[in-house]
Design a protein. Sequence first.
Length: 353
Amino acid sequence: MSQGINPNEKKEQLRQKASQERINHQKIPTVIDAYRHYIEAKSELKPNTVAIYDRDMNLYLKDWHHLKITEITMQMVVGKHAEISQTNKSHANITLKLFSAIYNYHRKRLTNNNQPLITEFSPVQILYQNDLFNKLKPRKNYINSEQQADWVSAIVQTQWRGNEKANEYGYLNQDFLLTFVLTGLRRTEVEQLAWANIDLKYGTLKIINPKNGEDLLLPLGETLLHIFKQRNKYSNGSKYVFPATNNQNHIKDRRHVRHKITETTGIAFTFHDLRRTFTSIANRCGIGMYTIKALINHSYQDDSDITADYTQIDAKDLRDAMQKIENHILSDDMKNIIFNREYLTDKSTRMYR
């Protein structure tokens, strides 16, 4: 008091400060709430991406759900990354980068009286600063040139249940697998192919907003165009090129089809291996790198590559390239089998497995 200081005022200031800190703390979301707000805000995320995030949040970060995002420490981040890495190195990276994105989103968004509620940087920075993220080798598997003839032959000649029926399911498995290697599309893109995005008159298919956000218009080789015309002829009003058994949705998870061909040929492969097979064949056919990137919708605009700014890929170049790839992967014998398929309407026709 003798120094002009009112102890009651000081106590009130401390009380107000403590009260404000409690209010601020309450405004900071828990990990699970922060994640939900983040997903709601990021409407551009694709359903498959959200599904992966949901899985990782519930599988790997469930013990963090009830904690405030600011309660996650660098030590916890390092420990969690190491823990997940024991079972899945790729998802260890994905999960902690996801948490960092969630944290940074709320760090920029949350304020009180124009003052940020979160001032500390994401604790995941310790992984970046110390180069602790797992080093993952890119997968390089594909159907090599010595295997391709046997692989295609097995696909074209394998019989499945209802294989030759004159309906939307006729030759579905063969056509599904061939579409991968004749287009270089991703699994979900092939599964979700819709007739609305296929132009049978001009022989093109369109993929709307694929992984890089830019629509892809892809010309079709003559055999694939024939396949699609036949599928359309017997589509029975289906919205999708490859419909599910209810004819309302598209097919999903056809791993048993892959396994059948692997069992027949001894050639193990994934659906993404067929995308690499497509690009490998394109390279073997002498197709230019800019054209290959255009076919698989990869950006070739690189600041260090001035030539890319002047390179325009003509539609005819793309169509010629697609035909070269098709001619390389499909022999005349295989084409003849495809062009001369039988479609049976008799309900008593023997069903194949």
